[in-house]
Design a protein around this ligand. Structure first.
Ligand SMILES: CC(C)(COP(=O)(O)OP(=O)(O)OC[C@H]1O[C@@H](n2cnc3c(N)ncnc32)[C@H](O)[C@@H]1OP(=O)(O)O)[C@@H](O)C(=O)NCCC(=O)NCCS
Length: 189
């Protein structure tokens, strides 16, 4: 579809119960070709959805002429700030149907999620992903700000964005993945 048309017809809205099966398929289709995929991204979404970290206003679907073409989930996670736990947001995952990728849908979904996140009281949003993609939205390396991962990932993939002024003074510590980020075998989803 020609780009101007696509932009006119793209609607972004919070997900609802009737969308759940289509979202599962969309996430599977989007991640299936990715070499880094765990194959469990859809399970992460469903696990977060059933948890107290879920925020419906920050779980968005993109539709094009009534067809679901994209999904993004932003939810609550915490930093272990030593003296207290600091609630923050995490953007994960974002999915666009393979046949609609590279048309700006992922960008629009992320931008809307960020806009909605700024309406909340959370100081920052983090993301674990390719800096070449996420920097365009204003995400920057988190490690230099004292925010890090407790295990396993390369630090360059951990990025963070301020949602309010002076946010960086308020946050530091290791990311505490809550129980709903793990499968029954204790592996990260
Ligand atoms: C990543 C994804 C959500 C991007 O959505 P999209 O609608 O295709 O992206 P947009 O059209 O908004 O942006 C396209 C730009 O992103 C870049 N891009 C897309 N995927 C990228 C990736 N994995 N790493 C780096 N850059 C990427 C493209 O090169 C393009 O850049 P350009 O405009 O400078 O050429 C989508 O490709 C997707 O669902 N991928 C499979 C699932 C995935 O990898 N999710 C992200 C990890 S959580």
């Amino acid at each position: 579809m020609e780009k101007g048309m696509m932009e006119k017809n793209l609607t972004i809205r919070p997900e609802g119960k009737k969308d759940y099966m289509a979202i599962r398929r969309l996430i599977q289709d989007a991640f299936d070709p990715m070499p880094f995929s765990t194959g469990k991204e859809w399970q992460l979404v469903e696990s977060i959805r059933a948890s107290k970290g879920y925020i419906n206003e920050l779980a968005l679907v993109a539709e094009l002429g009534g067809k679901m073409v994209g999904h993004v989930l932003v939810s609550e996670i915490a930093l272990d700030g030593k003296t207290s736990m600091i609630p923050v947001l995490i953007l994960s995952p974002v999915s666009v149907s393979p046949e609609f990728q590279r048309e700006g849908i992922g960008q629009k979904l992320c931008q809307r999620a960020i806009e909605e996140a700024r309406k909340t009281d959370y100081p920052v949003m983090i993301v674990i992903g390719d800096p070449r993609y996420y920097q365009r939205f204003g995400f920057r390396p988190a490690f230099p700000e004292g925010v890090y991962l407790p295990f396993g990932f390369e630090e360059e993939y951990l990025q963070m964005m301020k949602l309010e002024e002076n946010a960086l003074e308020k946050v530091s510590g290791a990311i505490q993945f809550p129980p709903w980020f793990f499968d029954a075998r204790g592996e990260l989803l």
